[in-house]
Ligand binder design. Sequence first.
Ligand code: ADP
Length: 289
Amino acid sequence: MPAAPLLSRSQMIRLRGLSKSYGPLKALDGLDLEVRRGELFAFLGPNGAGKSTTIRILNGITRLDTGEAFIGGVDIRRDPLKAKRLCGMVAQHTSLDGELSVAENLEIHGRLYGMSREDRRRSAREHLEYVEMADRAETLVKTLSGGLKRRLMIARALVHRPRLLFLDEPTVGLDPAIRRRIWSLVKSINRDGVTVFLTTHYIEEAEFLADTVAFVNRGRLLETGPPQDIMGRLGSWAVDTFEGGEMKTRFFRERGEAAECLRGLSESGSLRRVNLEDAFLSLTGRRVA
Ligand code: ADP
């Protein structure tokens, strides 16, 4: 009987027992994770949970200590360059060259990935159109607004046509209207077949965008699944109160039960739908559920 395949064709990322320590500190402590091809995946956790370490390992910036990591079926320890070519990365901090034009920034990226002159020109043009910046090709990057810089970073990450796009806090510091524009862009990139791996501190961003979310804490996976399923485990309705100087939330399956609880409270409270932030808080222990 032939050996069972290590990887299913449907997996874009597979991590098994991923561990990484910095001296005595375990940044990753046996992390298991799967991301399916084509999905929009949000990776969530409090500060220090190990999110950046995971992304750095997947992008070949940091070495793992023990465990397995595959991207698109490629073992990142055996063939790091092949794995890297499958990935595009939009880092949290602007890493564009402000003294160069928009087109020149894309050109350099294409060269780094060994693309032919014709291919990198074509791809740069296509991706500038894609992020609606075709008219900015000759603009000096340092003169662009924060939102345009973010869109340019996304275009640049796509120039070598990766199958997997990492977005590390893609909307941090952007105003709400521009954030929504980035959300639409992320959705359309994903619809066009690119798997998206997103980290964000805006939990509502993950709830709105992601097919699957994963919560991590202390370098381990706590929970993964569709946002609706994870929220549903708490209930459908929530009542928030402020008791003894602390915010408290109670969860209910039925609206009627929640309304009854609200009526019975001695202090004032409010009734609302359960959201993904509730799940985040209850799983990571940041607020007693
Ligand atoms: P997150 O991105 O979820 O905030 P990180 O992956 O950055 O978490 O960090 C996980 C843990 O590892 C933290 O406690 C952090 O201080 C530690 N850490 C990360 N990188 C280093 C490093 N280069 N040297 C020492 N400790 C580090």
